[in-house]
Design a protein around this ligand. Structure first.
Ligand code: ZN
Length: 133
């Protein structure tokens, strides 16, 4: 591998590893993990973990570092998802669903928990939601 190719590879490894830390920081701040998939992260960790072993067998330093640098943050993400799985975003100004009593975020016209329409939803809110999608 040429020195330039090697340098570019190390930069790419840094980007890959750092990207996971942004997700970790976001969960740390918001404590909200309902949109994150636990099977996705477990399969990622298993894949990275197995590739640490194969990289070790092949004596590839750069590949070992890459796998460890991505395996560790994915394991932290799994721990965060498990730790925060019952935490929910909360705002005192938000209304509760008239059917299941779960909290509805501002502007939500449909309850994500039971699927019923929020009676306090105005047509303006519904129009705004349609424009976002
Ligand atoms: Zn509901």
């Amino acid at each position: 591998m040429t020195p330039t190719l090697m340098a570019v590879s190390w930069v790419a490894i840094s980007f890959l590893s750092i990207s996971y830390w942004f997700q970790i920081y976001k969960i740390h701040v918001h404590k909200e993990v309902r949109d994150l998939s636990i099977p996705y992260h477990i399969l990622l960790a298993l894949g990275f973990g197995i590739l640490i072993w194969t990289a070790w067998e092949e004596n590839s330093t750069i590949f070992i570092v890459k796998q460890i640098a991505t395996f560790i943050p994915v394991c932290i993400l799994i721990a965060q998802i498990l730790y925060h799985r019952r935490d929910h975003w909360h705002d005192d100004g938000d209304v509760n669903c008239s059917s299941c009593r779960n909290e509805l975020e501002y502007g939500w016209c449909w309850c994500p928990y039971c699927g019923k329409k929020n009676p306090s939803c105005t047509e303006v809110n519904e129009d705004n939601n349609k424009q976002k999608t």
